[in-house]
Design a protein around this ligand. Sequence first.
Ligand code: ZN
Length: 230
Amino acid sequence: MSPKSCPFCTLPKERICLETPATLTFLDGHPVTERHTLVIPRRRVESLLDVPESELPSLWAEVAKARALLIETYHSEGVNVGVNDGPAAGQPIAHAHLHVIPRRKGNAGQNLGCLDDAGLAEMRRGKAATVMKGPYKGDQISVDHIIPRALVPELDNVIANLELIPLRMNEKKNAAIGDRQRDMAKMFYQAGLLSRKGLEAVLRWCAALHGTGEITARAQAVCRKPLRSD
Ligand SMILES: [Zn+2]
């Protein structure tokens, strides 16, 4: 991959949260939690273990800064700092990066302050509780369909496809469908929770959004596996 086609070498300015002469810090495009952050060396090396030793302290300092920022502005209670080294280990982009993933104890509703007395009272009245903490304070809590309901209605009540998140975040997320949705659709299909028609709808949408034939080829490979539910 040339620097021109590397998404990390060509990051739009507005995605960058912090920068130094040697590093860039930005939010992951496919977050596993809200505010999932990446720290990369500007220098394009494939493996983090190829970063010259003299440049490691500057990278680590940025990880510490990202962690401090997540604690201060997002009330993160802990972080996972991680490296996936190589495609087989889950590194899809051949430009070394460190994950800084904010974590909190308890469940999403609890962390957002929805399960206090007032929130529980709202729920007893059949209403959605109000988010009391964090950047989405004041929003109603909402149920998010990881693979959007609009795309495959059959996943409406599949528990594995649901998560609790603030309404505004949900609305923003609903416009985005990517690797996570594609991978989950394949998993649901293989588990017999999603029909072949449903899987194909997700994969076609991914292919249309990302404009690549590669996903279609992978979709066909998945669809050739024996069916369990349809
Ligand atoms: Zn790059």
